[in-house]
Design a binder for this molecule. Sequence first.
Ligand code: FAD
Length: 475
Amino acid sequence: MYDVAIVGAGVIGASIFRELTKYNLKVVILEKEKDVAMGTTRANSAIIHAGYDPEQGTLMAKYNVWGSELFEGLCKELSVPYKRNGSLVIGFNDEEMITLRKMYENGLKNKVRGITLLNREEALRKEPNLSTAIKGALYAPTGAIVGPFEYTIALIENGVVNGGDVRTSARVMQITKQEDVFTLMLEDNSKLRCKYVVNAAGLYADQVHNMVCEESYKILPRRGQYYVMDKSQGEIVSHTIFQCPGKMGKGVLVTPTVHGNLLVGPNSEDLEDRVDVGVTHEGLNAIQKAAKRTTEHINYRESIRNFSGLRALSDRSDFIVEEASVKGFIDVAGMKSPGLSAAPAIALDVVAMLWQIGLTNSLNKTFKPEREQIRFMELSPKDKNELIRKDLRYGTVICRCEGITEGEIIDSIQNVVGATTVDGVKRRCRPGMGRCQGGFCGPRVQEILARELHLNLEDIVLDREGAYILTGKTK
Ligand SMILES: Cc1cc2nc3c(=O)[nH]c(=O)nc-3n(C[C@H](O)[C@H](O)[C@H](O)COP(=O)(O)OP(=O)(O)OC[C@H]3O[C@@H](n4cnc5c(N)ncnc54)[C@H](O)[C@@H]3O)c2cc1C
């Protein structure tokens, strides 16, 4: 029997999972998809917000500021791309300048370090490509950018190395509780018993909650679409640039990514559907129009991909981090933005909450916080040579756009939470993330996956069960 079962392997579940492996506990994380980090954590703006935005006194404010302080250290420990590039919220008229001042004052109350209000000239000195129509900006030096799925995969890998279990293709269908034990029924009809359940099921958190508790909140999906621009556009701005927030959220941002691309988006659309991550002509046009207010310098012919993500809002205004009506069942739900930024702090509080309600606690003295990942292109020429001398596969470049070697792809497959899909390889070590979007390296990645996993080429899927790329031979 497990001490704790976590439902959902997004950034929230993964953060709690790794934190729990610091103790001598039997912990499992369950994910309905074929891989981890496949929900909202896969598709968002990837910003570690400074924390001036959420209203003082809310859980969002508390966890955002605290989480943002923890992020840098965690990314170093786990070898995850992170950059503290700072952020600017720009204002164009007197009304927006009042909004910026209010955000500044709210930021001071939230204890955000280093925020300042800049006049037009100061803002343009920091970002010369901004529209000259701006009147001023709120500057937050602690704002940062991260690789959200790389971070989540790293947390889970590290949790597994430290004794936790992960099960993918393990959708929780039913939960019952008898005496002090929960029984979770999975899609393959297997059963799993545990003393505590943490519900981190993102867009499905209300459904998982309702399996064993009385209904107490509803999840409301809100879609956001994006442009990913080629690296040729990656230096148009160096900070993350927001416009003043509106009723539907933080608005359209323009930001560099940790890998040197430029991200433009998201819009905001309330949907009924919890799976529709499509992009639309109208949505993308609206993003271009809004981003033009920030800067005229983006060349949209350099767009290499569009994608969208679904925010899991709830019918409550704040994050939901609480024990439900059923003892031992903890909801971590309604994780709209800044859920990614808040995740490390939420994990600490959820673990403390578990102690309070009876989980016993003894430190895992063998806990190893570090995780390493070889990124060939980031090595010095000397280290590259040494690596190739040890293993020739690091000398074969498979993805020409991003410079990813066969050795790195094999590492991603042979890892403790190894990739089994083309998308899984891409999210771990980036082949297919570049300008050609896998046009050249995609078939080579499929071949390597088939070879390493001893599967037929036709059995390799893009990301999910049934997402086949090849159907068979034509000749
Ligand atoms: C457009 C957009 C932009 C955003 N930008 C930012 C940002 O810049 N900064 C920031 O801090 N936050 C941002 N966010 C919010 C952030 O992405 C989320 O708060 C965070 O990813 C939520 O993580 P999660 O683990 O709760 O959910 P998810 O990542 O969705 O994970 C939940 C997991 O549970 C699994 N699951 C569901 N039901 C079951 C079941 N029955 N059995 C097993 N598994 C199940 C799902 O498959 C999924 O993998 C943004 C969100 C969006 C959509």
